[in-house]
Design a protein around this ligand. Structure first.
Ligand code: HEM
Length: 134
């Protein structure tokens, strides 16, 4: 009994962590995009770097959450095409996540050149991801 209770205590936070915060890919992407927009608008304001970095941390998590959804384009593709498409979808969102992690680090070190470079790369990543999967 105690053993089961213990297992349950371990499982519940694990499930909570694995559950996406927003119900759909569309909403998750909207939240992700809103944070990047805020960061872009205030990137030159050094007094907001800590806040911007925290938003970039959230972008990384939202990119991860996005991977738990299956875009319609993949769901509707021939079954044989889906595994490769899913791999590519995950790879592009891993790039989003890594760019957000790099962006957070750049903001925390006050490196505006690096921060702007990562923001530009995120814009390109969005274009590429949407061209392929939206
Ligand atoms: C910085 C990166 C990104 C931003 C800011 C972003 C932003 C957005 C936004 C705002 C939407 C909702 C648009 C609407 O109102 O219909 C959206 C939808 C979508 N995005 Fe992204 N996106 C990014 C990267 C990606 C990547 C890398 C992929 C794929 C690998 C992707 C796949 C999709 C798909 C499939 C949808 C359609 C969701 C649906 O309506 O079911 N996005 N994105």
């Amino acid at each position: 009994m105690m053993k089961h209770l213990f297992a349950l205590l371990l499982l519940v936070p694990g499930l909570a962590l694995a559950t996406p915060k927003f119900g759909t890919l569309k909403d998750t992407m909207k939240e992700l995009g809103a944070r990047i927009k805020t960061i872009s608008l205030q990137v030159d304001n050094s007094s907001l770097d800590t806040q911007s970095a925290a938003l970039a941390d959230e972008v990384a998590m939202l990119a991860d959450d996005s991977k738990t959804f299956v875009p319609d384009l993949i769901a509707q593709a021939p079954a044989g095409d889906r595994p490769a498409m899913t791999t590519q979808y995950g790879k592009m969102l891993d790039e989003t996540r890594q760019l957000a992690i790099d962006l957070a680090a750049a903001l925390r070190s006050g490196d505006k050149v690096a921060a702007k470079d990562r923001l530009a790369k995120l814009t390109q990543n969005k274009k590429d991801g949407h061209a392929e999967f939206k």
